[in-house]
Design a binder for this molecule. Sequence first.
Ligand SMILES: Cc1cc2nc3c(=O)[nH]c(=O)nc-3n(C[C@H](O)[C@H](O)[C@H](O)COP(=O)(O)OP(=O)(O)OC[C@H]3O[C@@H](n4cnc5c(N)ncnc54)[C@H](O)[C@@H]3O)c2cc1C
Length: 370
Amino acid sequence: MGIGERNALVVGAGIGGLAAAVALRRIGWSVSVLERAPIIAEVGAGLTLWPNAVRALGALDLDVTDRTVKTVSRGNILTPNGRWVRRNHPEDVGVLAIHRADLHDVLREQLPDSMLHTDAEVTAVSSDGTVMCSGEELTADLVVAADGVNSITRRTLWSGDAVFQRRAVWRGVTPPESVWPVQESLTLGRGVQVGVLPLPRERVYWFVTVNADQPNQMYADDRREVLNRVGDWHDPIPALVAATPPDQVLYNDIIDIDPVPTYVKDRVVLLGDAAHAMPPDLGQGACQAIEDAVVLAAALADDDLPRYDRDRRARVQPMAAEARDSVKRNSNTNALAHSGLMLAARFIPPKAWREATAKWADWTPPKLPR
Ligand SMILES: Cc1cc2nc3c(=O)[nH]c(=O)nc-3n(C[C@H](O)[C@H](O)[C@H](O)COP(=O)(O)OP(=O)(O)OC[C@H]3O[C@@H](n4cnc5c(N)ncnc54)[C@H](O)[C@@H]3O)c2cc1C
């Protein structure tokens, strides 16, 4: 593909799709974003942004500092009855917690409304850059498939359905000032983890990760179900769950994909979860989607699309494999294995702990042309 051709269709307006649109626009491409939902929005949950993602946002001239809270991410560990196992300091790693909607807004604010198309469902993508969208045929020099873990693009042009990891997660964000102040924590039960992260405006993001026998489980009352499982865990966990409006408690299966052999096919590239959905245990999925966007733009600016494929697979696929391994460890209900996890959390020295948890944060984005 020649550099003179500069028109892209981005499929999906999640964090990955919007980041890609911002990055491609930055290098002078004309971009249209196609989103099947009637509105462009993110779910009501939090996200950890590791320093690698903060740097990638910086490469796009985006600063999220005033919408974030510094966190220790997996550094403050407790038992379900509230005994401290490990305490870290927020400066240790430089991770930020953000509400998903805020990150989404930061990206969206960079894009004119005329670029964003809602109710635009893509039903087919060809490697020559042709897209069927809501019954219309569109063509582009490049199609960026940022259509998530169940990407129709990946399933038709590549192969590979999402893989259910026999885990599921409930998430919620408390209304402002309802339960505050709260200290960040990760509480480890046998096969069950509860995370608590303060967000700006005195809101708190919490998640409860559990083992699940089958996908697509439906509960009549998700909040009640969460309280059944962790209602007797230490404070403030029960209060956080109880303060979250029941209709805002989210339940999702944990699904990922097997590694794909390439992220590029002619005029189509995979980006974000479509390319490398991974279990959330490392807190890096969205961070990687943002990295993808910057690396893609830099590769296109140099007219070197294969570099995007090479660089991104080399970085993300080992990370996704590690996230899968973490699932195995975190889902283990064996008492001995759990004691081993707790002992490791207690006795691993701070430097080694930081190196293990933050090893993927050590990444510098390529420079984009001005
Ligand atoms: C419980 C949980 C916690 C997580 N925590 C973190 C964290 O702390 N830090 C982190 O970095 N990551 C985290 N992640 C991962 C992160 O959420 C994802 O990696 C990221 O949101 C992926 O963004 P995306 O844009 O690639 O995909 P998505 O967010 O899935 O967006 C895809 C978009 O494409 C649209 N779409 C799909 N199909 C079509 C179609 N055919 N036509 C048009 N539009 C379509 C969808 O409507 C959607 O808007 C977590 C994930 C989970 C499940």
